[in-house]
Structure formats: C-alpha cells, structure tokens
Design a protein around this ligand. Structure first.
Ligand code: IMP
Ligand code: MG
Length: 180
C-alpha cells in the first residue's frame, strides 16, 4: 500500500494490530462467557476497531453505537460532550463494554461511562485500542487496552485528522509539516 504524504511513520502495522485485537478477543470471550455482552462503539472513530474486535470474540455479542460531538466555545466545560446519536436500544441488565479508539484525557469516556451507568446496565467496562495515560485528567478504569502510546498525534484505524485517514489499516504518526 502506498503511504500517503500526511504519514510520517507507521507505528503499528496492520498485522500487529490484528494480532493484538485477536488477543483482546480471546480475553473478552473468556471474561464474558455465559453473559449478555453488548459492545457499544463511539462514532465514528471506534467503528474499525469495534468490527475487528467483535469478529475476534467467539461468544454471542450485540452491538450498538453512540454518536457524540464535543461542545466548543467559551462557555463549554472541558469533557462535556453531547450525545448526537443515541443508542438504538436500552442496556438495562446487560453487560456493556464501551469500545473506544483512543482514551486521551479520559474526559469523553468519563462522561459516556457516567451516562451509560445511569441506564441500569448489569456491568459496564471500557475497552480501548489506544491508551495515552500520560495525558490523563479523568481517572478511569481501562479494563482492556490494545496499546499504550506516547504523545505524537496518530492517524489510521479510525483515528482522523480533520476527518481524513480513518481508513488507513495501520496506525501512523502524522507528519505535522505536511499541513503547514
Ligand atoms: P479525550 O480522552 O476526552 O481527551 O478524547 C479522546 C478523543 O480525542 C478521541 O476519541 C479522539 O477523537 C481524539 N484524539 C485524541 N488523540 C488523538 C490522536 O492522536 N489522533 C486522533 N484523534 C485523537
Ligand atoms: Mg473517539
């Protein structure tokens, strides 16, 4: 595959990502065996990870999606997000795994976990492909993580820069100079 000019270097190859997602699938399948597992993806970034993860899980799963948009402007508190597309179904009594592409400050996920917890699930946990703990503000419990990452801005596997590059099958460090 041709590497686009916005890409500085590949951080995790398609094969490395597939291998790691398979491992997560095995772990999650064992942990949730015999339970009523629902994966909830956060649009749009988590779509690629969620589909691969769901296929790596060998117990029955349901899936649903939430769409969010961050409030912007001076009056907004950081980490306050708006649910722009709500779940199709309730989650009462279900074992829910919130699936994210990346947890950075943790503010988005903290809000979503609190909101979902208020809807009476049996359990609620978090699974993220990428975890950047060095930037964490909100203390949240990450039950399943694909990779711990450092500071550089990443694209691919659902992660975007101005809505581009989500479809790259690998994770790459963006070339910041390309957009100057
Ligand atoms: P936070 O955890 O509330 O800070 O927000 C995480 C969100 O910021 C993610 O869902 C992404 O949309 C975005 N984000 C954070 N770091 C990156 C990155 O390296 N590349 C692309 N998007 C990012
Ligand atoms: Mg996201």
């Amino acid at each position: 595959m041709t590497v686009p000019p916005g890409v500085e270097r590949v951080l995790f190859s398609e094969e490395q990502i597939r291998t790691r997602i398979r491992e997560l699938g095995v772990e999650i399948s064992a942990a949730y065996a015999g339970r009523d597992l629902k994966l909830i993806g956060v649009l749009k970034g988590s779509v690629f990870f969620l589909t691969a993860l769901a296929q790596a899980i060998d117990i029955p799963v349901k899936i649903d999606f939430l769409g969010i948009s961050s409030y912007s402007g001076k009056t907004a508190s950081p980490g306050v997000v708006r649910i722009a597309k709500d779940l199709d179904e309730g989650i009462e009594g279900q074992d829910v795994l919130l699936v994210e592409d990346i947890v950075d400050t943790g503010l988005t996920v903290r809000y979503l976990l609190q909101t979902l917890a208020g809807r009476g699930p049996n359990t609620i946990g978090l699974c993220t492909l990428l975890d950047r703990t060095s930037r964490r503000i909100a203390q949240i419990d990450v039950a399943y993580r694909g990779f711990e990452i450092g500071d550089p801005f990443l694209i691919g596997c659902g992660l975007d820069f101005r809505q581009h590059y989500r479809n790259l099958p690998y994770l790459a460090v963006m070339n910041p100079g390309h957009f100057d």
